[in-house]
Design a protein around this ligand. Structure first.
Ligand code: UD2
Ligand code: MN
Length: 363
């Protein structure tokens, strides 16, 4: 076919402009690379080249299909580049699969869990081997005498967090001795000790018996303190009441310091979670929550623990939070660290937090 001379010269001119444009782009990128903007450049290149295509198992569309939480982990492979030149992870992790099937495997050992999580390093730490994570999250778990629950939680939590491409660490805060249990004070200790290790961007405060059932429930922080466990099987997958803040919650270090941490003086079961919600509101913040479809948890069934009887003073304490929160919290925290061990699947912090007898009572 005959092509008119005019349109041919137009095409050549356009081609030249395009070539010139590409050359300028290349020069700019080479310059940025030299100037140390390596990560940004590799991110930009990542837009064109996504790396080897992998088949990811996802059940996000069909919530009646529950996936194996370990299904996608074998797709995560180490990139053959130095750690400091890894590209940033994408905004949304490609390994997220949606609803997770939760069964409690019998005879599970910590060694089994370690074997299934080869990239987890000492102290229960992990960074994606193929990209630089956008989030640094510490999970703080108050604990005493719940070894079986802890095993189940570790079995699910490690792969759950890896699917989200987080840089994370898991901390168990173990209350030494037989004095009355104090969940909130243990969480304060966890915050303080974890921040000594790393500049965490987000702290997740996590009951040992709650297993997340959907990996779209992101373990990263929001503009406001987050309450994540909004739909639990034990409450029929609904919020029991509007200001409920128990189970699993997340705050940035800034948000945490803004509310002066958690109360230290709730000994025994109950009330401390409501106190935290009041602190959030008194410091002028709202509560953020994930969509109800994602914030789903299964609570491992349990009875009442010895040493964690209902706290009869909880209503009195709650009535006074407005007056006490600035004096009681991170700024008055006292404890004796007994040990800090960097175990295979978590950092174990054993602490003597005293007892309610040692607290002066102002009645
Ligand atoms: C609810 C809240 C919890 C907390 C508690 C009142 C839910 C899902 N959770 O939990 O966040 O506000 O009420 O204090 O509604 N623990 C031990 N050993 C013990 C006792 C407690 O490890 O002997 C830890 C463990 O992490 C446990 C958590 O403390 O998950 C909360 O205690 P719980 O599970 O006995 O209380 P529960 O389920 O009523
Ligand atoms: Mn529980």
């Amino acid at each position: 076919m005959d092509v008119p001379a005019f349109s041919t010269s137009m095409a050549i001119a356009k081609g030249r402009y395009l070539l010139l444009f590409l050359c300028v782009q290349l020069v700019v990128m080479a310059f940025l690379y030299r100037e140390g903007y390596r990560k940004r450049v590799s991110y930009f290149l990542g837009i064109f080249y996504k790396g080897p295509q992998v088949a990811v198992t996802t059940n996000a569309q069909n919530t009646s299909l529950r996936g194996d939480v370990y299904a996608n982990l074998s797709l995560i492979v180490k990139l053959a580049v130095p750690a400091d030149s890894l590209p940033y992870c994408p905004k949304r992790s490609p390994f997220i699969g949606g609803p997770i099937r939760v069964a409690l495997p019998e005879g599970l050992t910590l060694a089994d869990i370690s074997r299934k999580n080869p990239y987890v390093s000492r102290g229960g730490r992990y960074q994606p081997p193929d990209c630089e994570s956008n989030h640094k999250t510490a999970v703080i778990i108050p604990h005493r005498n719940r070894e079986q629950h802890l095993k189940y939680l570790l079995y699910y939590l490690h792969p759950f967090l890896q699917r989200q491409q987080l840089n994370y660490g898991i901390y168990i805060i173990h209350q030494a001795g037989n004095n009355t249990f104090n969940r909130a004070k243990l969480l304060n200790v966890g915050f303080k000790e974890a921040m000594k290790d790393e500049d965490w961007g987000c702290m997740f405060f996590h009951d040992v018996d709650l297993i997340p059932e959907d990996d779209r429930n992101l373990y990263s922080c929001e503009k406001y303190p987050k309450h994540a466990s909004i739909a639990m099987d034990k409450f029929g997958y609904k919020l029991p009441y509007k200001s409920y803040f128990g189970g699993v919650s997340a705050l940035t270090p800034n948000q945490y310091m803004k509310i002066n941490g958690f109360p230290n003086n709730y000994w025994g079961w109950g009330g401390e979670d409501d106190d935290i919600a009041v602190r959030v509101s008194l410091s002028g913040m709202l509560i953020s929550r994930p969509p109800v479809k994602f914030g789903r948890y299964r609570m491992i069934k349990h009875g009442h623990d010895e040493g964690n009887e209902q706290n009869p003073r909880r209503f009195n304490l709650l009535a006074k939070t407005r007056r006490t929160w600035k004096q009681d919290g991170m700024n008055s925290l006292q404890y004796t660290l007994i040990s800090k061990e960097f175990l295979l699947l978590y950092t174990n912090i054993t602490v003597d937090i005293g007892s309610d007898k040692s607290v002066k009572r102002h009645t």
